[in-house]
Design a binder for this molecule. Structure first.
Ligand code: SAM
Length: 189
């Protein structure tokens, strides 16, 4: 796509940080970017949480993580830790302020395992932010085409969460900007 590089640059350097602050990420927090890919959300998150914060970037795909590692080196970024795992997260219970799960859940048949891990990891004050791509109200329609956004919300709520916020925002998908729904959920305790 023609604007590919420009979109990603603009997102990482500016719009991504604005977006992540708007959805509730703050300086000093610990964030897990679950299914981080090459880090379109990881890098802005690292900038938002700053030197006293930390971002764990987890993905099962080694190739994606190699791309992210290059960007980390180029940017001399010190507060990102890359984790190559599939679904299981090697972090302690109640240790994370925010989990991002962006454009990931459509890959997974057994999503309850992931939501269970997220529940375990989140601090009681923390939240899970999900960008469910390819559901009925979204475009392009793909793996979640038969599911409505409300089905996604119910599925996560059944795993011990409640919906706190629903945003309709412009955000980066792959290498282009699009409008999408983002759900923020907290743990029911
Ligand atoms: C479409 S990419 C989205 C990347 C990034 N979150 C973004 O929005 O730009 C989805 C990523 O999730 C990863 N992924 C999917 N299921 C996963 C799982 N169970 N454990 C770890 N990574 C997973 C894939 O390898 C892929 O890199």
């Amino acid at each position: 796509m023609k604007n590919k590089g420009t979109n990603i640059k603009r997102w990482i350097e500016q719009d991504g940080q604005i977006f992540l602050k708007e959805i509730g990420i703050e300086k000093g927090q610990t964030v897990l970017d679950f299914g981080c890919g090459e880090g379109h959300y990881t890098i802005p998150a690292a900038k938002v949480v700053g030197g006293k914060g930390k971002v764990y970037a987890l993905d099962k795909d080694r190739n994606e993580l190699e791309k992210l590692k290059k960007l980390i080196q180029q940017g001399k970024i010190k507060n990102i830790e890359v984790i190559n795992e599939d679904s299981k997260v090697p972090l302690k219970d109640n240790s994370v302020d925010v989990v991002l799960c962006y454009d990931v859940i459509h890959y997974e048949k057994n999503r309850k395992i992931i939501y269970g891990e997220v529940y375990r990891l989140l601090k009681p004050t923390g939240f899970l932010s999900v960008y469910p791509k390819h559901h009925k109200e979204d475009s392009p329609l793909m793996e979640l085409a038969e599911r409505e956004l409300n089905d996604v919300k119910k599925e996560i709520e059944e795993c011990g969460f409640y919906l706190q916020d629903k945003f309709l925002k412009e955000l980066l998908h792959d290498d282009y900007y699009n409008k999408g729904y983002v759900l923020n959920l907290r743990k029911r305790i």
